[in-house]
Ligand binder design. Structure first.
Ligand SMILES: Cc1ncc(COP(=O)(O)O)c(C=O)c1O
Length: 416
Protein backbone atom coordinates (compact mmCIF):
# COMPACT_ATOMS: atom_id res chain seq x y z
CA UNK A 1 0.00 0.00 0.00
CA UNK A 2 1.37 3.41 -0.91
CA UNK A 3 2.16 5.78 1.97
CA UNK A 4 -0.40 8.54 1.51
CA UNK A 5 1.43 11.03 3.67
CA UNK A 6 4.36 10.92 1.27
CA UNK A 7 2.35 11.93 -1.77
CA UNK A 8 2.09 15.46 -2.92
CA UNK A 9 -0.44 16.20 -5.56
CA UNK A 10 1.05 19.46 -6.68
CA UNK A 11 4.78 18.96 -6.70
CA UNK A 12 4.49 15.79 -8.82
CA UNK A 13 3.41 17.97 -11.70
CA UNK A 14 5.32 17.19 -14.88
CA UNK A 15 6.23 20.33 -16.82
CA UNK A 16 3.26 21.69 -18.82
CA UNK A 17 2.00 19.35 -21.53
CA UNK A 18 1.92 21.03 -24.92
CA UNK A 19 -1.51 21.28 -26.51
CA UNK A 20 -0.32 19.50 -29.63
CA UNK A 21 0.56 16.41 -27.55
CA UNK A 22 -3.09 15.79 -26.83
CA UNK A 23 -3.93 14.19 -30.11
CA UNK A 24 -0.96 11.89 -30.48
CA UNK A 25 -1.50 8.96 -32.81
CA UNK A 26 -2.81 6.05 -30.80
CA UNK A 27 -4.78 8.32 -28.52
CA UNK A 28 -4.06 10.07 -25.29
CA UNK A 29 -0.58 9.10 -24.26
CA UNK A 30 -1.07 10.11 -20.65
CA UNK A 31 -3.66 11.08 -18.10
CA UNK A 32 -1.82 14.38 -17.86
CA UNK A 33 -2.42 15.32 -21.49
CA UNK A 34 -6.04 14.14 -21.25
CA UNK A 35 -6.58 16.42 -18.23
CA UNK A 36 -4.96 19.38 -19.98
CA UNK A 37 -7.37 18.98 -22.87
CA UNK A 38 -10.34 19.04 -20.50
CA UNK A 39 -8.95 22.05 -18.67
CA UNK A 40 -8.69 23.92 -21.95
CA UNK A 41 -12.32 23.10 -22.63
CA UNK A 42 -13.24 24.46 -19.19
CA UNK A 43 -11.15 27.60 -19.75
CA UNK A 44 -12.91 28.25 -23.04
CA UNK A 45 -16.47 27.47 -21.85
CA UNK A 46 -16.18 28.93 -18.34
CA UNK A 47 -19.15 27.01 -16.87
CA UNK A 48 -20.38 27.77 -13.36
CA UNK A 49 -18.55 25.77 -10.71
CA UNK A 50 -18.48 23.19 -9.32
CA UNK A 51 -18.83 21.05 -12.42
CA UNK A 52 -17.39 18.03 -14.12
CA UNK A 53 -16.21 18.18 -17.73
CA UNK A 54 -15.59 14.91 -19.49
CA UNK A 55 -13.90 14.23 -22.82
CA UNK A 56 -15.54 11.36 -24.72
CA UNK A 57 -12.40 10.99 -26.84
CA UNK A 58 -10.55 9.80 -23.73
CA UNK A 59 -13.29 7.25 -22.99
CA UNK A 60 -12.89 5.94 -26.55
CA UNK A 61 -9.13 5.79 -26.12
CA UNK A 62 -9.34 3.77 -22.89
CA UNK A 63 -11.94 1.44 -24.39
CA UNK A 64 -9.81 0.72 -27.44
CA UNK A 65 -6.72 0.11 -25.29
CA UNK A 66 -8.58 -2.44 -23.23
CA UNK A 67 -10.12 -4.01 -26.33
CA UNK A 68 -6.61 -4.39 -27.81
CA UNK A 69 -5.27 -5.97 -24.61
CA UNK A 70 -8.19 -8.37 -24.14
CA UNK A 71 -9.42 -8.95 -27.69
CA UNK A 72 -11.84 -11.76 -26.88
CA UNK A 73 -13.25 -10.44 -23.61
CA UNK A 74 -16.73 -9.00 -23.35
CA UNK A 75 -16.24 -5.49 -21.97
CA UNK A 76 -19.15 -4.50 -19.72
CA UNK A 77 -18.88 -0.86 -18.68
CA UNK A 78 -19.81 -0.51 -14.99
CA UNK A 79 -22.40 2.22 -15.43
CA UNK A 80 -22.22 3.29 -11.78
CA UNK A 81 -18.82 4.88 -12.40
CA UNK A 82 -20.40 7.59 -14.54
CA UNK A 83 -24.00 7.15 -15.68
CA UNK A 84 -24.06 10.20 -17.92
CA UNK A 85 -26.24 9.24 -20.92
CA UNK A 86 -23.64 10.59 -23.38
CA UNK A 87 -20.98 8.30 -21.89
CA UNK A 88 -23.30 5.32 -22.19
CA UNK A 89 -24.28 6.27 -25.77
CA UNK A 90 -20.63 6.59 -26.75
CA UNK A 91 -19.88 3.14 -25.38
CA UNK A 92 -22.94 1.68 -27.13
CA UNK A 93 -21.54 3.03 -30.39
CA UNK A 94 -18.22 1.32 -29.66
CA UNK A 95 -19.92 -2.04 -29.16
CA UNK A 96 -19.51 -2.21 -25.39
CA UNK A 97 -21.70 -4.23 -23.06
CA UNK A 98 -22.89 -2.96 -19.69
CA UNK A 99 -22.70 -3.96 -16.03
CA UNK A 100 -25.70 -2.50 -14.21
CA UNK A 101 -26.75 -2.37 -10.57
CA UNK A 102 -30.44 -1.46 -10.72
CA UNK A 103 -33.54 -1.13 -12.90
CA UNK A 104 -32.67 2.56 -13.28
CA UNK A 105 -29.34 1.70 -14.91
CA UNK A 106 -31.01 -0.90 -17.14
CA UNK A 107 -33.51 1.67 -18.42
CA UNK A 108 -30.74 4.22 -18.91
CA UNK A 109 -28.73 1.80 -21.06
CA UNK A 110 -31.76 0.77 -23.10
CA UNK A 111 -32.67 4.42 -23.71
CA UNK A 112 -29.17 4.98 -25.08
CA UNK A 113 -29.58 2.13 -27.56
CA UNK A 114 -27.96 -0.77 -25.69
CA UNK A 115 -29.35 -4.19 -26.63
CA UNK A 116 -30.89 -6.05 -23.66
CA UNK A 117 -28.54 -8.97 -24.29
CA UNK A 118 -25.56 -6.63 -23.80
CA UNK A 119 -26.63 -5.96 -20.21
CA UNK A 120 -25.37 -7.92 -17.23
CA UNK A 121 -27.14 -7.34 -13.91
CA UNK A 122 -24.05 -7.42 -11.70
CA UNK A 123 -25.58 -6.47 -8.36
CA UNK A 124 -26.07 -9.46 -6.06
CA UNK A 125 -28.59 -7.49 -3.98
CA UNK A 126 -31.92 -7.32 -5.80
CA UNK A 127 -35.61 -7.14 -4.95
CA UNK A 128 -37.92 -9.58 -6.74
CA UNK A 129 -39.47 -6.58 -8.55
CA UNK A 130 -35.98 -5.51 -9.77
CA UNK A 131 -35.29 -8.96 -11.23
CA UNK A 132 -38.74 -9.09 -12.83
CA UNK A 133 -38.19 -5.62 -14.34
CA UNK A 134 -34.85 -6.70 -15.79
CA UNK A 135 -36.35 -9.87 -17.23
CA UNK A 136 -39.29 -7.98 -18.73
CA UNK A 137 -36.80 -5.69 -20.46
CA UNK A 138 -34.90 -8.65 -21.94
CA UNK A 139 -31.94 -8.90 -19.54
CA UNK A 140 -30.83 -12.54 -19.26
CA UNK A 141 -27.60 -12.47 -17.27
CA UNK A 142 -27.49 -12.02 -13.48
CA UNK A 143 -24.87 -12.10 -10.73
CA UNK A 144 -25.63 -13.89 -7.51
CA UNK A 145 -23.86 -14.96 -4.34
CA UNK A 146 -26.61 -16.39 -2.13
CA UNK A 147 -29.30 -19.05 -2.19
CA UNK A 148 -32.06 -16.50 -1.54
CA UNK A 149 -31.02 -14.34 -4.50
CA UNK A 150 -30.74 -17.42 -6.70
CA UNK A 151 -34.34 -18.40 -5.86
CA UNK A 152 -35.38 -14.83 -6.65
CA UNK A 153 -33.72 -15.03 -10.10
CA UNK A 154 -35.19 -18.47 -10.82
CA UNK A 155 -38.67 -17.22 -9.95
CA UNK A 156 -38.56 -13.84 -11.68
CA UNK A 157 -36.15 -14.38 -14.56
CA UNK A 158 -36.69 -18.05 -15.45
CA UNK A 159 -34.13 -19.69 -17.70
CA UNK A 160 -31.61 -16.84 -17.35
CA UNK A 161 -27.86 -17.20 -17.11
CA UNK A 162 -26.27 -16.67 -13.71
CA UNK A 163 -22.73 -16.20 -12.52
CA UNK A 164 -21.68 -16.58 -8.93
CA UNK A 165 -19.52 -13.94 -7.30
CA UNK A 166 -16.79 -15.26 -5.04
CA UNK A 167 -15.15 -13.28 -2.25
CA UNK A 168 -11.50 -12.55 -2.99
CA UNK A 169 -8.60 -10.84 -1.27
CA UNK A 170 -8.80 -7.09 -2.00
CA UNK A 171 -5.29 -6.25 -0.78
CA UNK A 172 -3.85 -3.49 -2.96
CA UNK A 173 -7.20 -1.80 -3.58
CA UNK A 174 -7.66 1.83 -2.51
CA UNK A 175 -11.39 1.20 -2.05
CA UNK A 176 -11.85 -2.46 -1.07
CA UNK A 177 -15.26 -4.13 -0.74
CA UNK A 178 -14.73 -5.56 2.75
CA UNK A 179 -16.89 -8.62 3.42
CA UNK A 180 -20.09 -7.41 1.78
CA UNK A 181 -20.05 -9.61 -1.34
CA UNK A 182 -19.16 -13.07 -2.49
CA UNK A 183 -19.31 -16.67 -1.41
CA UNK A 184 -16.45 -19.10 -0.95
CA UNK A 185 -15.32 -20.95 -4.10
CA UNK A 186 -16.87 -24.15 -2.70
CA UNK A 187 -20.22 -22.48 -1.97
CA UNK A 188 -20.15 -20.94 -5.43
CA UNK A 189 -19.94 -24.43 -6.90
CA UNK A 190 -22.96 -25.47 -4.81
CA UNK A 191 -24.92 -22.40 -5.91
CA UNK A 192 -24.12 -23.00 -9.57
CA UNK A 193 -25.17 -26.64 -9.22
CA UNK A 194 -28.43 -25.49 -7.62
CA UNK A 195 -28.90 -22.94 -10.44
CA UNK A 196 -29.00 -25.83 -12.90
CA UNK A 197 -31.58 -27.63 -10.75
CA UNK A 198 -33.73 -24.48 -10.80
CA UNK A 199 -33.71 -24.31 -14.59
CA UNK A 200 -31.16 -21.50 -14.78
CA UNK A 201 -28.00 -21.58 -16.89
CA UNK A 202 -24.95 -21.72 -14.54
CA UNK A 203 -22.81 -19.53 -16.79
CA UNK A 204 -19.81 -18.65 -14.71
CA UNK A 205 -17.86 -17.23 -11.82
CA UNK A 206 -17.04 -13.61 -11.02
CA UNK A 207 -14.93 -11.67 -8.57
CA UNK A 208 -14.02 -8.08 -7.87
CA UNK A 209 -10.59 -7.36 -6.47
CA UNK A 210 -11.56 -3.94 -5.13
CA UNK A 211 -11.64 -0.68 -7.02
CA UNK A 212 -8.44 1.23 -7.90
CA UNK A 213 -6.52 -2.02 -7.49
CA UNK A 214 -2.84 -1.12 -7.65
CA UNK A 215 -1.46 -4.63 -7.36
CA UNK A 216 -1.38 -6.71 -10.53
CA UNK A 217 -0.78 -9.78 -8.34
CA UNK A 218 -4.32 -9.46 -7.04
CA UNK A 219 -5.51 -10.97 -10.33
CA UNK A 220 -3.37 -14.06 -9.65
CA UNK A 221 -5.29 -14.64 -6.42
CA UNK A 222 -8.65 -13.91 -8.05
CA UNK A 223 -8.16 -16.25 -11.01
CA UNK A 224 -6.78 -18.98 -8.72
CA UNK A 225 -9.83 -18.74 -6.44
CA UNK A 226 -12.22 -18.86 -9.42
CA UNK A 227 -10.39 -21.89 -10.83
CA UNK A 228 -11.27 -23.73 -7.59
CA UNK A 229 -14.97 -23.35 -8.40
CA UNK A 230 -14.45 -24.48 -12.01
CA UNK A 231 -12.60 -27.58 -10.77
CA UNK A 232 -15.68 -28.71 -8.82
CA UNK A 233 -17.35 -29.55 -12.17
CA UNK A 234 -16.56 -32.12 -14.82
CA UNK A 235 -14.95 -30.46 -17.84
CA UNK A 236 -17.63 -29.31 -20.27
CA UNK A 237 -20.48 -29.60 -17.77
CA UNK A 238 -20.07 -26.60 -15.49
CA UNK A 239 -19.48 -22.86 -15.69
CA UNK A 240 -17.81 -21.58 -18.85
CA UNK A 241 -17.39 -17.85 -18.22
CA UNK A 242 -15.00 -15.98 -15.94
CA UNK A 243 -15.92 -12.43 -15.01
CA UNK A 244 -12.78 -10.59 -13.90
CA UNK A 245 -14.77 -7.66 -12.46
CA UNK A 246 -13.48 -4.10 -12.33
CA UNK A 247 -10.55 -2.70 -10.40
CA UNK A 248 -8.40 -1.29 -13.20
CA UNK A 249 -7.13 2.09 -12.07
CA UNK A 250 -7.44 5.72 -13.05
CA UNK A 251 -4.52 8.08 -12.51
CA UNK A 252 -4.39 9.69 -9.07
CA UNK A 253 -1.29 10.61 -7.08
CA UNK A 254 0.04 7.05 -6.64
CA UNK A 255 1.90 5.43 -9.52
CA UNK A 256 -0.18 2.77 -11.29
CA UNK A 257 1.05 -0.22 -13.30
CA UNK A 258 0.47 -0.10 -17.07
CA UNK A 259 -2.64 -1.78 -18.39
CA UNK A 260 -0.42 -4.35 -20.14
CA UNK A 261 0.98 -5.45 -16.76
CA UNK A 262 -2.52 -6.26 -15.52
CA UNK A 263 -3.57 -8.06 -18.67
CA UNK A 264 -0.23 -9.90 -18.89
CA UNK A 265 -0.79 -11.21 -15.36
CA UNK A 266 -4.32 -12.28 -16.25
CA UNK A 267 -3.17 -14.12 -19.37
CA UNK A 268 -0.31 -15.90 -17.58
CA UNK A 269 -2.53 -16.90 -14.66
CA UNK A 270 -5.28 -18.17 -16.95
CA UNK A 271 -2.72 -20.34 -18.75
CA UNK A 272 -1.51 -21.73 -15.43
CA UNK A 273 -4.98 -22.66 -14.19
CA UNK A 274 -6.92 -23.43 -17.37
CA UNK A 275 -4.21 -24.50 -19.84
CA UNK A 276 -5.40 -24.58 -23.44
CA UNK A 277 -9.07 -24.30 -22.51
CA UNK A 278 -9.54 -20.85 -20.98
CA UNK A 279 -13.04 -19.76 -20.00
CA UNK A 280 -14.90 -17.03 -21.90
CA UNK A 281 -13.82 -13.72 -20.38
CA UNK A 282 -15.89 -10.80 -19.24
CA UNK A 283 -14.55 -7.61 -17.62
CA UNK A 284 -16.46 -4.85 -15.85
CA UNK A 285 -14.29 -1.72 -15.96
CA UNK A 286 -15.73 1.47 -14.53
CA UNK A 287 -13.04 3.75 -13.20
CA UNK A 288 -10.51 2.81 -15.91
CA UNK A 289 -12.79 3.87 -18.77
CA UNK A 290 -13.99 7.22 -17.44
CA UNK A 291 -11.67 8.32 -14.61
CA UNK A 292 -8.96 10.02 -16.64
CA UNK A 293 -11.54 11.53 -19.01
CA UNK A 294 -12.88 14.01 -16.45
CA UNK A 295 -11.81 17.14 -14.60
CA UNK A 296 -13.85 18.54 -11.73
CA UNK A 297 -13.48 22.31 -11.67
CA UNK A 298 -14.10 23.98 -8.33
CA UNK A 299 -13.74 27.46 -6.98
CA UNK A 300 -11.95 28.46 -3.81
CA UNK A 301 -14.59 29.91 -1.50
CA UNK A 302 -12.36 30.87 1.36
CA UNK A 303 -8.80 30.54 2.63
CA UNK A 304 -8.35 30.84 6.37
CA UNK A 305 -5.30 30.78 8.55
CA UNK A 306 -5.08 31.67 12.21
CA UNK A 307 -2.53 31.73 14.97
CA UNK A 308 -3.75 28.61 16.83
CA UNK A 309 -1.82 26.14 14.71
CA UNK A 310 -4.89 24.87 12.82
CA UNK A 311 -2.93 25.47 9.67
CA UNK A 312 -4.08 26.95 6.39
CA UNK A 313 -7.53 25.77 5.38
CA UNK A 314 -8.73 26.04 1.81
CA UNK A 315 -12.51 25.67 1.45
CA UNK A 316 -13.80 24.77 -2.01
CA UNK A 317 -17.28 24.91 -3.54
CA UNK A 318 -16.92 21.14 -4.16
CA UNK A 319 -16.76 18.70 -1.29
CA UNK A 320 -17.63 15.30 0.02
CA UNK A 321 -21.33 15.72 -0.81
CA UNK A 322 -21.19 17.23 -4.28
CA UNK A 323 -18.66 15.13 -6.15
CA UNK A 324 -15.71 14.25 -3.95
CA UNK A 325 -17.21 11.36 -1.95
CA UNK A 326 -14.19 9.18 -2.65
CA UNK A 327 -12.01 11.39 -0.47
CA UNK A 328 -13.62 9.57 2.47
CA UNK A 329 -10.78 8.10 4.49
CA UNK A 330 -8.55 9.95 1.96
CA UNK A 331 -8.72 6.74 -0.07
CA UNK A 332 -8.55 8.47 -3.42
CA UNK A 333 -5.96 11.22 -3.59
CA UNK A 334 -6.65 13.26 -6.71
CA UNK A 335 -4.07 15.24 -8.64
CA UNK A 336 -4.84 18.94 -8.25
CA UNK A 337 -4.12 22.07 -10.28
CA UNK A 338 -4.90 25.69 -9.47
CA UNK A 339 -5.13 28.92 -11.38
CA UNK A 340 -2.05 30.08 -9.42
CA UNK A 341 0.27 27.16 -10.15
CA UNK A 342 3.85 28.34 -10.36
CA UNK A 343 3.61 30.52 -7.25
CA UNK A 344 5.36 29.39 -4.02
CA UNK A 345 3.50 26.57 -2.26
CA UNK A 346 2.75 25.59 1.33
CA UNK A 347 0.73 22.87 3.09
CA UNK A 348 -3.06 23.09 3.28
CA UNK A 349 -6.04 21.29 4.68
CA UNK A 350 -8.68 21.02 1.95
CA UNK A 351 -12.37 21.08 2.81
CA UNK A 352 -15.78 21.28 1.16
CA UNK A 353 -18.43 24.00 1.47
CA UNK A 354 -21.07 22.38 3.70
CA UNK A 355 -21.78 22.77 7.41
CA UNK A 356 -20.81 19.14 7.99
CA UNK A 357 -17.71 18.36 10.03
CA UNK A 358 -16.98 15.35 7.83
CA UNK A 359 -16.84 17.49 4.73
CA UNK A 360 -13.05 17.63 4.86
CA UNK A 361 -11.22 16.26 1.84
CA UNK A 362 -7.59 15.96 2.91
CA UNK A 363 -6.15 16.65 6.34
CA UNK A 364 -3.67 13.76 6.63
CA UNK A 365 -2.46 13.58 3.06
CA UNK A 366 0.07 16.32 2.48
CA UNK A 367 -1.10 18.68 -0.23
CA UNK A 368 0.86 21.82 -0.96
CA UNK A 369 -0.91 24.59 -2.82
CA UNK A 370 0.13 28.13 -3.80
CA UNK A 371 0.35 30.44 -0.80
CA UNK A 372 -1.22 33.13 -2.98
CA UNK A 373 -4.48 31.13 -3.35
CA UNK A 374 -7.59 33.09 -2.39
CA UNK A 375 -11.37 33.17 -2.79
CA UNK A 376 -12.48 33.15 -6.44
CA UNK A 377 -9.46 31.18 -7.70
CA UNK A 378 -10.06 27.93 -9.56
CA UNK A 379 -8.93 24.52 -8.34
CA UNK A 380 -9.12 21.60 -10.75
CA UNK A 381 -9.42 18.00 -9.55
CA UNK A 382 -7.88 15.83 -12.25
CA UNK A 383 -8.93 12.36 -13.38
CA UNK A 384 -12.26 12.92 -11.67
CA UNK A 385 -14.50 11.27 -14.28
CA UNK A 386 -15.39 8.26 -12.12
CA UNK A 387 -17.53 8.08 -8.99
CA UNK A 388 -17.95 11.85 -8.67
CA UNK A 389 -21.18 13.04 -10.33
CA UNK A 390 -22.86 9.70 -9.57
CA UNK A 391 -22.08 10.04 -5.85
CA UNK A 392 -23.22 13.64 -5.61
CA UNK A 393 -26.13 14.29 -3.22
CA UNK A 394 -29.31 15.88 -4.56
CA UNK A 395 -29.23 18.96 -2.34
CA UNK A 396 -27.33 18.52 0.93
CA UNK A 397 -27.12 21.99 2.52
CA UNK A 398 -28.98 23.29 -0.53
CA UNK A 399 -26.08 22.69 -2.90
CA UNK A 400 -26.98 21.38 -6.37
CA UNK A 401 -25.73 18.01 -7.56
CA UNK A 402 -22.61 18.16 -9.69
CA UNK A 403 -23.34 19.17 -13.29
CA UNK A 404 -21.55 17.20 -16.03
CA UNK A 405 -20.50 18.66 -19.40
CA UNK A 406 -19.50 16.05 -21.97
CA UNK A 407 -17.55 17.11 -25.04
CA UNK A 408 -15.48 15.40 -27.69
CA UNK A 409 -12.02 16.88 -28.21
CA UNK A 410 -11.63 14.90 -31.45
CA UNK A 411 -14.67 16.68 -32.91
CA UNK A 412 -13.42 20.03 -31.64
CA UNK A 413 -10.09 19.39 -33.31
CA UNK A 414 -11.69 18.43 -36.62
CA UNK A 415 -13.83 21.55 -36.63
CA UNK A 416 -10.91 23.82 -35.75
C1 LIG B 1 -20.00 -5.57 -9.63
C2 LIG B 1 -19.08 -4.45 -10.01
N1 LIG B 1 -18.44 -4.54 -11.19
C3 LIG B 1 -17.60 -3.55 -11.60
C4 LIG B 1 -17.40 -2.42 -10.83
C5 LIG B 1 -16.50 -1.37 -11.35
O1 LIG B 1 -15.32 -1.32 -10.65
P1 LIG B 1 -14.15 -0.35 -11.08
O2 LIG B 1 -14.72 1.00 -11.17
O3 LIG B 1 -13.13 -0.52 -10.02
O4 LIG B 1 -13.64 -0.82 -12.42
C6 LIG B 1 -18.02 -2.33 -9.57
C7 LIG B 1 -17.77 -1.17 -8.72
O5 LIG B 1 -18.24 -1.03 -7.63
C8 LIG B 1 -18.90 -3.36 -9.17
O6 LIG B 1 -19.57 -3.29 -8.01
Amino acid sequence: MTDLSATNAVTDRPGGAAITDHFAIGGYSSAESASESVREYLDSQRPATPCLALDLAVVRDRYSRLRAELPTARICYAVKANPDPRVVAELVSLGASFDVASPGEIDLCLRQGAAPESISYGNTIKKPADVAHAHRKGVRLFATDSAADLENIAENAPGSGVFCRIAVDNTGSRTPFGRKFGSSPADAALLLGRAGDLGLDPRGVSFHLGSQQLSTEAWEHGVAAAAETFRAFDPGSGPRMLNLGGGLPATYTQPTPDLAEYTGTVRATLRRHFGEQPPELLVEPGRYLVGDAGVLRSEVVLVSEDTTGRGRWVYLDAGRYNGLAETEGEAITYRLRTSRDGDPVGPVVLAGPTCDGDDVLYQHTVYELPTTLRGGDKLDVLSAGAYTASYSSVCFNGFDPLTTYCFDSAETTERA
